[in-house]
Write a protein that binds this ligand. Structure first.
Ligand SMILES: *Cc1c(COP(=O)(O)O)cnc(C)c1O
Length: 372
């Protein structure tokens, strides 16, 4: 049996550039004393990101949540928004905080994104938009979603928080839908400490997004919108610019760790891994594993790993429609697949510096736990 390890292994570890590189970036900030409000680094980061993400248009934000909330606000919607309960809290909160009503669509059991077969049945005359999530970096069926949205005149705003740098047929994922939100939170594949961006199709949205992240101010003496403070500051942009130099290397390392996990776990009865779509260039953001008819339950595996000082995550558990703040209006039974997967899934430790031996160790503990 494998022993408890001395030093804890956490599920993730933030990507950091060499300290000297970041410190070097700070000098111009001190020289100019320009700390925030769309400074030089903000503009440079925006330019480089637009190119890296192959986005037609892009606006930066202080974090991913604010980016999503303001992207939805910019669409000027009213009524119901179809979304998934299998996501991070931010997705539904961004809808509700815009005065809109989420309608939860179940997910498909293959890649945990929206079950597009169920989508049309949920569309009513009050539906105004769809907010799908590219869960764990698995792309939604963007083509079918586009067809459905077009035929019903609905906006599509993707929560693309997990898909930084991903491509479909060689094109940046941000070109799908009316808008996509990317998160640069410390725990994501790429970070600017906190940060986010919205990529969008219609260039006319640029001015509106800019105004909304700056209190709705539209001129020296005019405020035309009820905006928020969603501005990214220069320290965040500097971190983003530094990390952008290392993100390809980080994704490469993540990829080889995911391949290692797969080689150790694939084919074990009761363990399900996501299949890869050959049209997609992945970023390997997460290592989700579903335990379905395995020798131990998800919660047992979670506990055994914890006893070995390996800390994994029940991501996403609970489902959003089972949160205390939404439970009075929704029931998790309405989305049975999401409810089931949420009770069976774990995301395993994954970050560029994770030693390959630790991947082997995690898999060994999982195998032993399954033998009971
Ligand atoms: C991280 C995340 C967000 C929110 O992004 P922040 O930058 O942390 O505000 C939203 N949706 C999903 C699916 C996420 O994983």
């Amino acid at each position: 049996m494998s022993e408890k390890r001395e030093d804890p292994i956490l599920v993730t570890r933030s990507l950091l550039p060499p300290l000297e590189e970041y410190v070097e970036m700070l000098k111009p900030i001190w020289d100019s004393a320009w700390l925030t409000n769309m400074g030089t680094y903000h503009e440079e980061f925006k330019r480089q990101l637009k190119s890296y993400l192959m986005a037609p248009n892009l606006e930066l934000f202080v974090n991913g949540h604010m980016a999503l909330e303001l992207a939805i606000q910019a669409m000027e919607l009213e009524g119901e928004v179809i979304t998934t309960p299998f996501s991070f809290s931010s997705t539904a909160h961004a809808i509700v905080r815009n005065g809109l009503t989420p309608v939860f669509c179940d997910i498909n059991p293959e890649d945990y994104t929206l079950d597009v077969d169920m989508l049309e049945d949920l569309i009513t005359d009050r539906t105004c938009a769809i907010v799908p999530v590219h869960v764990y970096g698995n792309l939604c069926d963007v083509e079918r979603i586009e067809t459905i949205a077009e035929s019903h005149g609905l906006k599509v705003i993707y929560d693309a928080a997990h898909t930084f740098g991903e491509e479909l047929d060689g094109k940046g994922v941000g070109r799908w839908g009316d808008a996509s939100m990317f998160s640069f939170h410390a725990t994501k594949v790429f970070n600017s400490i906190e940060g986010g961006a919205v990529t969008f199709r219609d260039p006319k949205l640029e001015e509106r997004l800019y105004q909304l992240k700056n209190f709705g101010i539209t001129g020296y003496e005019s405020v035309e919108h009820v905006g928020a403070n969603g501005k990214m500051n220069e320290f965040q942009a500097a971190m983003g610019l530094c990390n952008l130099r290392y993100v390809e290397e980080a994704i490469g390392r993540r990829r080889s760790l995911v391949m290692r996990y797969r080689s150790r776990l694939d084919g074990i009865e009761g363990i399900r891994l996501c299949r890869e779509n050959p049209r997609v260039r992945y970023n390997y953001a997460y290592m989700p594993v579903v335990f379905d008819g395995y020798g131990a339950t998800r919660d047992e595996i979670f506990q055994v790993l914890k006893e070995h000082n390996i800390h994994v995550r029940k991501y996403f558990y609970p489902c959003i429609n089972d949160y205390a703040c939404y439970r009075d209006r929704y029931r998790k039974e309405e989305t049975p697949v999401a409810a089931r997967i949420s009770g069976q899934v774990l995301t395993l430790p994954l970050y560029p510096e994770l030693p390959t031996e630790v991947v082997d160790e995690v898999c060994q503990v999982i195998r032993e736990a399954g033998r009971g």
